[in-house]
Design a protein around this ligand. Structure first.
Ligand code: NAP
Ligand code: MG
Length: 477
């Protein structure tokens, strides 16, 4: 298919400054946790990258108490303009160490260096910059004349955007005067611990931010701690429901950012070549490990054949492989578990009678990889149309009228995002009004900006992150 070969262009892994072991960050110090250490693995090679200490229940208690003291005595009383200086400092230090963070993220997570370098790390820094600007202007956010912080925030994040999710959680919490205990995902703790180093070097008062690696049990311990005032969770709908049940009636404020099964809708008047780029970005960005991925393509029947032909040609050019190679488009699946989840759902798609097309691209012999896959002839009842695959697998359905597109797009328990491709502005507005999704992109997909609120409906969760709306989740209003 390719008429020429790309020479390898690997980023040097030395830039990551990888250490053999990492400790947790509690009350301003790096300390050994009481839990069983975990080994973080490079999913592209299956090698162990580093050993990471994890929190025991007593460490969670210590961290929450440290956060409480820091909130009561220092951070909650500090003028917003002073808090802003610390948050700006974090933003700048992330930017200064951008290359190191990008390489470390690609090693630990498996995502292509192009994405960690151009999306994850700059957007993480942008979140701190943006929220630093709010810290002394909260009285003008339209949330009351003198909105107060909630107190201690317990935050749990997933593995698909490890540093970026940490930034999404920590930056607004700090800007609003809260202190934080954060648990990164078990398979991707490393960049959060470098962020802890940055936070220490930025001289944040001890206890304002605590980062405790560990498995799901550490997350459960944290969200159930009696002295946590606010719980922020990003992850699966299943765990989100558990947390919602356990937090119910405690008076803790809760935001949940959960799964999705977004419709990316292409009308017959759309510029098809641009739509193909948007579809590719929508589902193959970050190996499809994106809660708002455009995993259901809804295409108008009259252009379905032409669009699918163009799409297969384009997808066949995606290079899958070494995440550190600057030419790589699709990196490694984050874990063996996730790989199994994806291959199980792909088998279900075949068994239920959808037509499977797999990119003929070569795959590395080691590590966890999936070739970009497109299922056509998908019906709404199939598992691949209903369940989140969270991998580089696209399900294609067709429609004839705008009403049918809306009915199919909304036929999901989720409601996080959607995309519309059409030449007509009026149709974009008509569709956006009727789509039950927190974010609707028009003639683009997967665009993120700290000024724009992000969040879902229904089983995709509730609460918003980013923008003015995102501040509300961290203030007593
Ligand atoms: P997950 O199992 O829900 O894990 C998310 C986080 O919760 C991890 O840190 C996990 O720890 C922890 N956890 C597990 N059980 C817990 C419990 N009982 N109490 C508290 N915390 C617990 O999800 P995942 O499989 O890692 O991530 C993929 C899912 O996240 C997808 O469904 C995706 O759609 C969703 N997601 C949503 C958004 C959004 O913004 N809406 C963003 C990214 C991802 P371990 O690491 O040890 O498992
Ligand atoms: Mg890892």
């Amino acid at each position: 298919m390719n008429t020429w070969e790309y020479a390898p262009a690997p980023e040097s892994r030395d830039i990551a400054n990888l250490k053999p072991s990492y400790r947790m960050f509690l009350d301003g110090q790096f300390v050994e946790g009481g839990g069983e250490p975990l080994k973080s693995v490079n999913p592209a090679t299956e090698e162990v990258l580093a050993e990471v200490s994890t929190a025991a229940p007593s460490d969670v208690d210590k961290a929450v108490k440290a956060a409480r003291r820091a909130q009561d005595k220092v951070w909650g009383r500090m003028p917003g303009a002073e808090r802003a200086k610390y948050i700006y400092r974090i933003a700048r230090m992330i930017a200064e160490r951008a290359r190191e963070l990008a390489v470390l993220e690609s090693l630990d997570n498996g995502k292509p260096i192009r994405e960690s370098r151009d999306v994850d790390v700059p957007t993480a820094s942008a979140h701190f910059f943006y929220h630093a600007g709010w810290a002394d202007k909260l009285a003008y956010a339209g949330l009351g004349p003198d909105p107060k912080p909630l107190g201690v925030a317990g935050q749990v994040i997933p593995w698909n955007f490890p540093l970026l999710m940490a930034a999404w959680k920590i930056a607004p919490a700090l800007a609003c005067g809260n202190t934080v205990v954060l648990k990164p995902a078990e398979t991707t703790p490393l960049t959060a611990l470098v962020l802890a180093e940055i936070i220490q070097q930025a001289d944040l008062p001890p206890g304002v931010v605590n980062i405790l690696p560990g498995a799901g049990g550490v997350g459960a311990e944290l969200v159930n701690h009696a002295e946590v005032d606010k719980v922020a969770f990003t992850g699966s709908t299943e765990v989100g429901k558990l947390i919602q049940r356990s937090v119910a009636g405690t008076g803790k404020k809760l935001t949940l950012e959960l799964g999705g099964k977004a419709a990316n809708i292409v009308f017959d008047d759309a510029p098809l070549d641009q739509a193909v780029e948007g579809i590719v970005n929508g589902i193959f960005f970050n190996q499809g490990h994106v809660c708002c991925a455009g995993s259901r393509l809804l295409v108008q029947e009259s252009v379905a054949g032409e669009l699918l032909d163009k799409l297969r040609v384009r997808v066949a050019t995606l290079r899958v492989g070494d995440p550190l190679d600057k030419n790589t488009d699709v990196g490694a699946i984050n874990s063996r578990e996730q790989l199994t989840r994806i291959t199980d759902l792909v088998s279900a798609g075949e068994q239920e009678g959808a037509e499977k097309w797999v990119s003929p691209c070569p795959l590395p012999d080691k590590g966890f990889f999936v070739a970009p896959t497109v299922f056509s002839g998908v019906s709404q009842a199939m598992r691949i149309a209903r369940e989140e695959i969270f991998g580089p697998v696209l399900s294609v359905l067709t429609f004839r009228t705008p009403d049918e597109a809306i009915a199919k797009a909304n036929n999901t328990p989720y409601g996080l995002s959607a995309g519309i491709w059409t030449d007509k502005g009026s149709r974009i507005l008509w569709m956006a009004d009727r789509l039950r999704a927190g974010v609707v992109w028009a003639n683009t997909f997967n665009r993120f900006d700290p000024t724009a609120p992000f969040g879902g409906y229904q089983e995709s969760g509730f609460g918003r992150e980013g923008g003015r709306a995102g501040l509300e989740a961290y203030l007593d209003v």
